[in-house]
Structures are given as structure tokens and as C-alpha cells.
Design a protein around this ligand. Structure first.
Ligand code: ATP
Ligand code: NAG
Ligand code: NAG
Length: 308
């Protein structure tokens, strides 16, 4: 039985590397192309699974080759695909990404099948949702579906970890009251509160504002600075620094952090929250030292023993 259940998105990244970005109507010749597995929900699930969590992914892909490939990717990562639906009504979510030599990019995201995850999918998976230790949700699927999943889990006493990404200024107020842990980055915290976040002190301020909206615990991630946590139990913001590393590619670091945190919440519930966050910072900081998104996520066997 899955201990970590993720209700969320999966997305195929189609990445073309060029010296410069094309203008409207222009064709440029690129020098490299690759396909990657992405989508915040799937990324988080993959990181939790690579640390050894028994996981189940609840999502929708299209009945197309990208959908088939994504299901194979879940299986390679030992994620249960029992509740991965394959629909004829939309294509697998795709992100077309063009990156120039300066690292600037243009991106088009077509959510496709992700927007078809619905109440029916949740009902089919009700038993795994309600018996999990932790449920993880984001906002890359229809928000009403994420909210319903959080409600089901909350009603069964399952710990809820919510990542409000991509951020929405007018987030439904129940997202806060249904979140045991509300984990966002600087940009998301700014959009949700209207306050700028540039350092741990600012993060403490927005954290306390988000806490007042009804979550039990708020984490604001700060890239190389680690993160700030604040909770109802201990409403004094605490900065948990990340180790100094040489960052190579930070894409997907936030998802690595969330996936790692889900693993610790499910398998080491007796650790202090600060210790779980310290360990999750470490795992996310490993992910920034390798290229790509899921391709950079570490496996349990390659990590220091004292993390487990
Ligand atoms: N340069 C870095 N050095 C060390 N750790 C890092 C670095 N960048 C990110 N991290 C780790 O990853 C976590 C999440 O990073 P960040 O706050 O940038 O998330 P994010 O903005 O959601 O990520 P992204 O959008 O790039 O996927 C941080 O809390 C930290 O633990
Ligand atoms: C925060 O995450 C969003 C995706 O939801 C991303 O677009 C943004 O760049 C991130 N912010 C920072 C400061 O990394
Ligand atoms: C956590 O602590 C409780 C009470 O001390 C104990 O009964 C339980 O076995 C511990 N759980 C784990 C996973 O270590």
C-alpha cells in the first residue's frame, strides 16, 4: 500500500537548444534536442520514490506515445501506476522549451490531459488516498480537483502537503485550512501575499501571514539560502540554511525538496520538522549539482547513510 500519494501533473518536456531565440515567423537551427520527464506532481513523486517511499501517482496522460512513455517512466521509478489514467480526449501534457546560449528560454505549456484529472479519478483512488500517510498536491491540475483530494485526505487524518505552484493570487481559502504543510517558493509567496520576498526575514513575514490564513505549518523555500519555516506551535520563523554547493542546474529543485519532505513525513514521523527540512534541503541541494529535472534527483543508495 502506498504511503505517499501524489495527485498532480505529468508533462513531457521537449527541449531545443539554439544560439538565439527565434523571432515571430523566423526559423532558427538548433544544435541539441532532448525529451525530459517533468510536471510538478510527477517530479515530486519520483523524488519520494527514489528515496525509498512506496508511492502512488494519481494523474492523467493521453492515449499517445508520450503517455505510454510516461507510464514506463513511473514503472522504472517503482511508482504505482494503478491510478494513472489514459484518456482519448486530450494529449499528454507537454512543455515546448527553447533555450539559448545565455540560458534564456521561451516555454509553451499545454496542460492537456492534466486538466482532465477529476472527481472520478479521486473516487477510484479513494482507498489509497485515505490510507496513505501523506498526500501531496500542487496546482498544475484543475485546482478544484486538488482541493477535493486534500479534503478527502484531511477527513481521513492523512497528512496533507500542499505546494501552491504555479501560484494563483486568488487561491481558494480552503487550501490554507486543509494544509498541514504549505510549502511555496519566494515567487509564490509574493503572489499569494503581495509582499516582496528577498531574504529569510521577508520569508518569515510572509510565512506568518500565510499561517494566519489557517495552515498548520508554512515553509518558504529560498533557493541557495535553504528555507524558512513557521508553525502554529512555534510561530517564530526559523531559517534552515542549505549547505554550500556548486549549482549546475536548479530546475526542479523545489520539487525535489517537496518529494523529499513527503518521504520524511511518511517514514520518519518522529523526526523534528526542522530535521526533516534540513535533510530535504540536503537532497534538493544534491539535485542542483546535476543537469535536468528528474535526471538530477538522487537515489537512496547514492546518498549518505545518516539521512536514513
Ligand atoms: N543553489 C543552491 N544551493 C543549495 N541548495 C539549493 C540551491 N538551489 C536550490 N536549493 C535547494 O532546493 C530548495 C528549493 O529551491 P528553490 O527555492 O529555488 O525552489 P523552486 O524555486 O521551486 O525551484 P525551481 O523552480 O527551480 O524548481 C531550496 O530550499 C534548497 O534546499
Ligand atoms: C518559483 O516557482 C515557480 C513555478 O511555480 C517558478 O516559475 C519561479 O521561477 C520560482 N521562483 C524562484 C525564485 O525560483
Ligand atoms: C515514533 O514514536 C512513537 C512514540 O514514541 C513510537 O511508538 C513509534 O514506534 C515511533 N515511530 C517510528 C517510525 O519510529
Amino acid at each position: 500500500m502506498a504511503q505517499v500519494v501524489v495527485v498532480g501533473s505529468c508533462m513531457t518536456d521537449l527541449v531545443s537548444c539554439t544560439t538565439r531565440l527565434p523571432k515571430p515567423g523566423e526559423t532558427v537551427i538548433g544544435h541539441k534536442f532532448f525529451i525530459g520527464f517533468g510536471g510538478k506532481g510527477a517530479n515530486q513523486c519520483v523524488q519520494a520514490a527514489r528515496l525509498g517511499a512506496k508511492t502512488s501517482m494519481i494523474c492523467e496522460v493521453g492515449k499517445d506515445s508520450f503517455g505510454n512513455e510516461y507510464i514506463e517512466n513511473f514503472k522504472r521509478n517503482e511508482i504505482s501506476t494503478e491510478f494513472v489514467g489514459q484518456t482519448e480526449d486530450a494529449a499528454t501534457g507537454a512543455a515546448s522549451i527553447i533555450v539559448n546560449s545565455e540560458g534564456e528560454n521561451v516555454i509553451v505549456i499545454v496542460p492537456g490531459a492534466n486538466l482532465l484529472v477529476d472527481s472520478e479519478d479521486l473516487k477510484r483512488a479513494a482507498d489509497v488516498i485515505c490510507k496513505a500517510k501523506v498526500i501531496v498536491c500542487q496546482l498544475e491540475i484543475t485546482p478544484a480537483t486538488s482541493l477535493e483530494a486534500l479534503k478527502m485526505a484531511h477527513a481521513s487524518g492523512v497528512k496533507t502537503l500542499f505546494n501552491p505552484a504555479p501560484a494563483q493570487a486568488d487561491l481558494h481559502p480552503q487550501f490554507y485550512t486543509l494544509s498541514d504543510i504549505f510549502c511555496c517558493n519566494e515567487t509564490e509567496a509574493e503572489i499569494l501575499t503581495g509582499l516582496p520576498v528577498g531574504n529569510p526575514e521577508d520569508a518569515g513575514k510572509v510565512g506568518s501571514l500565510l499561517l494566519e490564513r489557517g495552515c498548520k505549518l508554512v515553509i518558504v523555500t529560498l533557493g541557495a539560502e535553504g528555507c524558512v519555516m513557521i508553525s502554529k506551535e512555534d510561530p517564530i520563523p526559523k531559517h534552515v540554511a542549505a549547505g554550500k554547493v556548486k549549482a549546475m542546474d536548479t530546475t526542479g529543485a523545489g520539487d525535489s525538496f517537496v518529494g523529499a519532505l513527503a518521504f520524511y513525513l511518511a517514514y520518519y514521523p518522529n523526526l523534528s520538522m526542522e530535521e526533516m527540512i534540513r535533510k530535504s534541503n540536503f537532497i534538493a541541494s544534491v539535485s542542483v549539482q546535476a543537469p535536468g529535472t528528474q535526471s538530477s534527483y538522487p537515489y537512496r543508495k547514492d546518498l549518505p547513510r545518516d539521512l536514513f
